[in-house]
Design a protein around this ligand. Structure first.
Ligand code: PGA
Ligand code: ZN
Length: 375
């Protein structure tokens, strides 16, 4: 079963969670979420499990939206006093790291289309770039399949070859890199580093923390990158501080493994000066209330916030509604194939039909990066 079977989670919902929640008002999300967390006092919520708690918490949110006779995104906006908007997607073109048999060390090579004026324009441009990348890789003998989150599974000789190929794909799609289409990376450095020592297996070389900061800095100089996630390991706050100090005024620096959708960790990163944005994964937070309090902590610090799916996913589209309802500005759900990914993009298209094309955020959430400064 490799821990992927849901039988235990379902039995925890039916036997432990359901009796504890009977009698609550479904509109009272924060009390319900508090009661859910109180059922599991283990540090990693391992007794009941994050999937059981987040599924219940999201079911409560859906039920309260139905009770209020509102679509979910509208309900989130009303309940949490936010202005809804259609987010800017980050879409994976190549998968790497743990998501593609570690064929390249870096986990996600993505594009963003902040120069688009509507969400459906983003979808069209992404489609062109995605298939252009596939064509180039096939011609060069570099295509090894499709990775975990739907991006191409590459057979490159270096990590930088992925960036070069991505730029070629953007050009083959008829775009000038850095104008309408830009690059976003998830380094996921914890996957190949420990205690400030990093090992790029593909290139058979080791880097210390400042070596990795330097290598990423040259990438920022040479490629149109506007966003970079987990550039250093979760156990390397000094490296993260140095990276933010050097590059925080020209690129979005997202903490995912580094901040684990945890509001107190965001607050201390703000105080320390590490990162300038946070990834919001509902199932990493455990409940809707915890995910939203992490979003609030980011908002308070004027940080960016990116609602995100996981590498293992379902066709559930709640996070599309969360991203729209909170008006957080950005959404990351993997690539441009596979039903569990497309379901979430398609839901945004459906919401766009209701909210209107003007509700697309465009370049706004990237304020502070070079892309915005130049436009
Ligand atoms: P995960 O990856 O779901 O495997 O944590 C997603 C990400 O790192 O953004
Ligand atoms: Zn990540």
């Amino acid at each position: 079963m490799q821990g992927k079977n849901v039988t235990q989670a379902v039995s925890n919902v039916n036997e432990i969670i359901a009796p504890a929640l009977t009698g609550f008002d479904v509109q009272n999300q924060s009390d319900i979420d508090r009661a859910l967390l109180a059922l599991d006092d283990s540090p990693l919520k391992a007794t009941i499990g994050g999937n059981a708690t987040v599924a219940t918490s999201l079911a409560v949110l859906h039920a309260s939206a139905a009770d209020s006779k509102e679509p979910l995104w509208q309900h989130v906006a009303d309940k949490y006093d936010c202005t809804p908007s259609i987010p800017l997607p980050e879409i994976q073109i190549f998968g790497g790291g743990a998501h593609a048999g570690r064929r390249v060390d870096i986990q996600d090579f993505m594009i963003m289309v902040p120069g688009a004026s509507t969400f459906d324009e983003v979808m069209e441009v992404t489609n062109e770039v995605y298939f252009a990348a596939g064509d180039i890789m096939q011609k060069r003998g570099k295509l090894a399949g499709v990775a975990d989150e739907g991006g191409w599974w590459p057979s490159f000789n270096s990590n930088e070859e992925a960036l070069e190929t991505l730029v070629s794909a953007i050009e083959l799609a008829g775009e000038k890199p850095g104008v309408r289409v830009v690059i976003s990376l998830d380094i996921a450095a914890s996957e190949f580093g420990e205690n400030g020592q990093y090992r790029l297996a593909l290139e058979n070389r080791a880097l210390d923390s400042s070596g990795l900061v330097h290598m990423l800095g040259t990438w920022l100089d040479n490629y149109p990158i506007v966003s970079i996630e987990d550039p250093l390991g979760e156990d390397d706050p000094e490296g993260m501080l140095e990276f933010t100090r050097q590059f925080g005024d020209r690129v979005q620096i997202i903490g995912d493994d580094y901040l684990v959708t945890n509001a107190p960790l965001v607050e201390s990163a703000v105080a320390q000066g590490t990162c300038n944005a946070v990834l919001i994964k509902a199932n990493q937070a455990g409940t809707v209330t915890e995910a939203i309090s992490t979003f609030r902590a980011a908002q308070k610090a004027q940080w960016g916030a990116v609602v995100s799916a996981r590498s293992g996913e379902t066709e559930d589209v709640s996070i599309s509604h969360l991203a729209v309802g909170l008006g957080c500005g950005q959404l990351k759900v993997g690539s441009f194939t596979r039903s569990e990914r497309m379901a979430k993009w398609n839901e945004c298209l459906r919401i766009e039909e209701i909210l209107g094309r003007d509700a697309f955020v465009g370049g706004q959430p990237l304020a502070g990066t070079w892309w915005n400064q130049k436009t």
